[in-house]
Design a protein around this ligand. Structure first.
Ligand SMILES: [Fe+2]
Ligand SMILES: [Fe+2]
Length: 485
């Protein structure tokens, strides 16, 4: 199988921590922390002086010596006056769709407090503004703004635009709000809910492949789904913010607004756990709204149950593809507990009206829950890496999750399970212990050399009272499979 690097030690894993990559507009500029260049939003590198160690804070009430005060900007020669960078450095990304809330993320180039203005009117009449952060301290961040809009009406179209207040921070009592900077473009989204309409589309295992992303985003713009499920392995290994930013906020393809008008629901894949930064992925991809789950499931920020009309969408996370005891994981993975907690959540979730009243239930997880091949590693062997008789040293499918979740999915009446991970499209018929159709989405390729591992978009929509599924082969521009549930 081509381009399948699940079992490899990604060379990025050895990249020195502490290096930062500033990537924008398709131009990469790398600088160490002590380097003297930073890139602006357009990828141009400007010079900044080396930072001296922070001086000790002045004693209370002691006047700041005149010599320590910054020279007033007006006294600088005009040639030294530098126009500020654009504060907003990406289009908005709709990250978590729900019936009554929506998450909006965008990146910034300096300390800022981001906000969203939204309205049911295209002209933005009576627009409301929501700032980043909840009650108490508003969020100030020099890289990203996350805004969660709450209190929305289900199945309703909203128009919105983004902006941010530039904050000059010189100390706890020395802050200045330098005023708002806005992206004037008005985008829109439609909330989910039992009355919502439209289709869902699934992409998976894009693995930062620019060609594949380009083809996928182009096709999605044509299909116009109500929501996109990004079913794992969006990334390879993310060591720092910039790496994850490049995956989720500003993919380096010519579709900067890829998720500005169509919300993306993220289902984590095994690669999305890899790398130092993926331990704090919420810095880039917001967790789902805590209001969606009970306090005992507070750690499950990636699971979801949402309605798209008569379809209940159920999101699960199969976790890493090796056992927690694998030496590569250094004893700092707890996928066993994570999967068990999701089992409890699932039992609760399928009893909710959002599921029980839905005509169709569709579940999503990255690693398949079934494989008929005898040499397909089920991921629960001790130790998985050295078990003999299997083609791969990682889970081709997840027998543990199948055992934990299968009975609940069957009880809920799930008829379709959409997965990925194997990098080769496949449809499995229902069978004993798995009474649903299982789709395994394709690989990260659109070039003819890897024809077997073609990338897919799996599209589902209600047609004539049935759930119609079409599988688009992005490499060969054809519908490779279609059926109704
Ligand atoms: Fe993958
Ligand atoms: Fe995977």
């Amino acid at each position: 199988m081509q381009n399948n690097n699940h079992g490899e030690t990604d060379r990025r894993e050895s990249a020195a921590i502490g290096r930062r990559q500033f990537l924008a507009g398709g131009i990469a500029a790398t600088a160490t922390i002590m380097a003297t260049g930073v890139a602006d939003a357009a990828g141009r590198v400007r010079k900044v002086p080396k930072k001296k160690p922070n001086p000790a804070p002045p004693e209370a009430n002691k006047p700041v010596p005149e010599a320590n005060k910054p020279a007033p900007e007006a006294n600088k020669p005009a040639s030294e006056a530098k126009p500020p960078d654009n504060l907003i450095s990406s289009a908005p990304v709709l990250q978590n769709a729900a019936a009554r809330s929506m998450g909006v993320a965008f990146s910034v180039t300096a300390d800022a407090s981001g906000w969203v203005e939204y309205s049911v009117s295209r002209k933005m009449t009576d627009a409301k503004r929501v700032y980043s952060g909840g009650a108490g301290l508003m969020t100030v961040d020099d890289k990203i703004a996350h805004i969660r809009i709450r209190g929305l009406s289900p199945a309703t179209r909203y128009y919105y635009r983004i902006g941010a207040d530039r904050i000059e921070y010189r100390g706890g009592y020395k802050m200045k709000n330098l005023g708002p900077e806005m992206d004037a473009k008005v985008h829109s989204f439609t909330t989910l809910g039992a009355q919502a309409s439209g289709s869902f589309c699934v992409i998976n295992d894009t693995h930062e492949n620019a060609q594949t992303l380009d083809a996928a985003f182009r096709k999605l713009a044509e299909l116009k789904p109500a929501v996109v499920i990004w079913n794992g392995d969006a990334s390879n290994t993310s060591e720092n913010f910039e790496a994850a930013w490049k995956v989720f906020i500003r993919p380096h393809v010519d579709h900067p607004e890829y998720a500005s008008d169509t919300p993306f629901m993220f289902v984590r894949g095994n690669h999305d756990f890899r790398g130092r930064f993926n331990r704090t992925l919420e810095r880039v991809v917001m967790a789902r709204d805590p209001e969606e789950r009970l306090p005992e499931y507070s750690e499950l920020g990636r699971n979801f149950v949402q309605r798209l009309g008569d379809i209940a969408l159920i999101g699960l996370d199969t976790g890493e593809d090796k056992l927690d005891t694998n030496p590569r994981f250094a004893g700092i993975f707890r996928m066993k507990e994570y999967r068990e907690l999701q089992t409890k959540w699932l039992a609760h979730a399928i009893a909710s009206p959002a599921v029980t009243t839905a005509r169709y239930k569709v579940a999503f997880c990255h690693i398949p829950l079934f494989d008929s091949s005898r040499d397909a590693n089920p991921g629960d062997l001790m130790p998985a890496d050295v078990a003999e008789g299997f083609k791969k040293d990682y889970a081709a499918w997840q027998r543990t999750c199948a055992g934990l979740w299968g009975p609940h999915l069957a009880k809920a009446g799930v008829k379709l399970l959409i997965t990925g991970h194997q990098h080769k499209y496949r449809r499995d018929s229902p069978g004993n212990g798995h009474p649903w159709i299982q789709l395994v989405g394709g690989g990260p390729n659109v070039d003819p050399e890897h024809a077997e591992n073609f990338a897919t978009i799996i599209e589902g929509r209600l047609e004539s009272g049935m759930l119609a599924v079409r599988v688009h082969d992005l490499a060969n521009s054809r519908v490779v499979d279609s059926f109704t549930v």
